[in-house]
Design a protein around this ligand. Structure first.
Ligand code: IYR
Length: 228
């Protein structure tokens, strides 16, 4: 290694049997997660959102530049602005504006089993929208100039940790990706070197919430892994 400043690294030792049990318990907990599209207006404690973002902020990332920013939107005015802009984009995507859909036939077919359309009421009813930005530049100091690395990978991992923490706290989430989503930068007042990556809708499901059967078909271990 090239010379650099260090501190010792230690990790609590866990017996194999406990390690297996803990991994399986967390797997079982994560298996219960469902992407939710029906949110009530029941509030979520601010501390839950804060802890989840801090958890996301521990994600492995390029050169430890931590190239993410989380805009936490709860004001009714901002949520309405996001809903209006997102629905306008989605109407074009689904062809609900009278013109030909921007999405291909193949894409619309792939979404048929999810039942999604341009109507996004949850963007107003859910207590929190976490708008996730990927910082293309900035470094740790966020100077807007220093090159960042593996930005999409880093922020993607952080989003996974954010969603897992919110699930553990009993919140439902929806990763919403209006396309294009440049409007989010304006509404959240973020700089031009930040790219909106997704909106994580956070809240509690309505009493009559449903999930599509299609979403329950999970690929088994033997299909998603190969052991060499
Ligand atoms: N952004 C659209 C379309 C959409 C695309 C995929 I891929 C999904 O898994 C779900 C939806 C929307 O939010 O409706």
């Amino acid at each position: 290694m090239r010379d650099h400043e260090t501190i010792p690294y230690t990790l609590e030792a866990i017996p194999d049997a406990d390690a297996i049990a803990r991994a399986q318990a967390l797997r079982d907990r994560l298996k219960e997660r469902r992407t939710c599209r029906y949110f009530s207006d029941e509030p979520v404690p601010r501390e839950v959102i804060e802890a989840a973002i801090e958890a996301a902020g521990t994600a492995p990332n390029g050169a430890n530049h931590q190239p993410w920013h989380f805009s936490v939107v709860s004001s009714p005015e901002k949520k309405r602005a996001i809903r209006e802009a997102a629905e306008a984009e989605e109407k074009r995507f689904y062809g609900e504006d009278g013109d030909k859909a921007k999405a291909s036939e193949e894409w619309l077919d792939a979404l048929a089993d999810l039942g999604t359309d341009a109507d996004k009421p949850f963007l107003e009813t859910a207590p929190y929208l976490i708008v996730v930005f990927a910082q293309r530049k900035g470094g740790i100091e966020e100077d807007g100039k220093t090159q960042n690395y593996y930005v999409n990978e880093s922020v993607g991992i952080a989003c996974g940790m954010l969603i897992a923490t919110l699930h553990e706290a009993g919140c439902s989430t929806l990763t919403h990706t209006p396309s294009p989503m440049g409007f989010l930068r304006n509404i959240c007042e973020r700089p031009e070197w930040e790219k909106p990556l997704m909106v994580v809708v956070v809240g509690k499901p309505t009493e009559d919430a449903t999930v599509p059967v299609h979403a329950l078909k999970k690929k088994p271990l033997g299909q998603i892994s190969s052991w060499l």
